[in-house]
Design a protein around this ligand. Structure first.
Ligand SMILES: [Zn+2]
Length: 71
């Protein structure tokens, strides 16, 4: 397996560091340690939505009511 390193500029302190290809990190090792406790902006996004609504067609309800009423 090959590793490709990319030269990156740290967004925290501006130093140059090498990042393995495929990683999403933007901070160098020391900044990453410093910032580990802070959430990244991307992770603050709201995730997901409340559960799906189940829609019952009006006709189905009418059938249920009719069946219940007839019994
Ligand atoms: Zn840094």
């Amino acid at each position: 397996m090959e590793f490709c390193l990319q030269l990156k500029v740290c967004e925290g302190c501006g130093c140059l560091w090498f990042r393995a290809q495929g990683q999403e990190k933007v901070y160098c090792g020391s900044c990453e340690v410093k910032l580990r406790d802070f959430p990244l902006p991307e992770t603050r996004k709201r995730r997901g939505r409340p559960g799906r609504k189940v829609r019952v067609p009006a006709r189905a309800w009418a059938t249920v009511e009719a069946a219940g009423g007839a019994a």
